[in-house]
Ligand binder design. Sequence first.
Ligand SMILES: *[C@@H]1O[C@H](CO)[C@@H](O)[C@H](O)[C@H]1NC(C)=O
Ligand SMILES: *[C@@H]1O[C@H](CO)[C@@H](O)[C@H](O)[C@H]1NC(C)=O
Length: 413
Amino acid sequence: MAIRLPLLLAALPFLVNAQNAIYTQCGGNNWTGGTTCVAGTTCNKFNDWYSQCLPSAIASPASSKPATTAAATTKASTSSSAPASSAAAPSASSGASGFHTAAKAAGLTYFGSATDNGELTDATYKAFLSDSSVFGQITPGNSMKWDSTEPTQGQFTFTKGDVIADLAAANGQLLRGHTTVWHSQLPNWVTSGNFDNATLTGIMTNHVSKVIGHYAGEVYAWDVVNEVLNDDGTLRESVFFNTIGESYIATAFKTARAADPNAKLYINDFSIEGTGAKSTAMINLVSSLLDQGVPVDGIGIQAHLIVGSVPTTLQENWQAMADLGVEIAITELDIRMTLPATDALLKQQATDYQTVVNACLAVKGCVGITIWDWTDKFSWVPSTFSGQGAALPYDEKFAAKPAVDAILSSLGA
Ligand SMILES: *[C@@H]1O[C@H](CO)[C@@H](O)[C@H](O)[C@H]1NC(C)=O
Ligand SMILES: *[C@@H]1O[C@H](CO)[C@@H](O)[C@H](O)[C@H]1NC(C)=O
């Protein structure tokens, strides 16, 4: 486990007489630490409760002076009545040893997180998400899906997706586009339109063209098709499969390539982490698509896993995928548990996160890891799996769980 100096400085401000390091707190009601940021950084006020030293280039001009509410008094007044929405700053925000910095040093292209519009109103959350030493890549959880981008036939709205694309650009983070052709989160007009083959093909290619074209040049990789397989390895019956047939997959990829020749084009699915019928089917499908000259660049492995039940065959399975000559990426990683979270479960979870990171590092074609948001506060798990949660490395109050140091340790930090 690495000692992260800026964390110590942030945690023990009354012991040091130094200027505040980058990404540490520098003000806010009841803040008793220093209010002066090191050279090149500026104390940026997010709200009455929290100010942080940000690179001067990205600190908001409206609040580029030290927060005046941060009158340093005595150590005794450090107890905080801050509302839950502005919990203490997450503690792995060190510029020297964030997830992404460590992942790059270990040979990956990125370590990233999902996010979306709703949680960005939480300033502490947004500041940590925006720290490109921690997250070098972001994925919009929902705002680029069909129901967001084309809720009415032919009427495209990119407002919410643009928020995420603009954030990635402002932060210097890679963007993964998610997702154009999926059986779920489809508007009724698509699922219930009773379109014939030619009409639905036109609707699908128009959607792929418009959405991927809109973000052309801004996206590192697109999940072009999502969850096309059943668990037994057969092709899922969706409106696209039922109407167009298997060729909808190839058509979607070819359309995507034309819309953004530079984006990596991925096929993304769940329950393909370890070996098994579904993984074999994925390998056979991608192999067949490549044989037909279909432009598939990568396999996205979602990795919504369960504490204590991580498959033991990750590395061999991912190697078999990479051996096809495509990239692989861990696209939606979280590792849930049955609540309440106990010390034993959190320890097992840390081990499980390490198993995933180690497997990615061991497979040359594995380019990156994306966690499906970074804090339990905004995890999809509790609302989807009754009685389960605590799936992410940070808890709902942004405190680091054992998984944080475990991931950093696997990444060599
Ligand atoms: C925080 O500071 C405010 C004044 O800014 C004070 O009224 C309040 O009692 C303090 N809260 C705590 C928990 O110390
Ligand atoms: C739909 O049309 C395409 C292109 O003509 C064709 O290849 C495919 O077989 C058709 N699908 C079905 C289910 O008829």
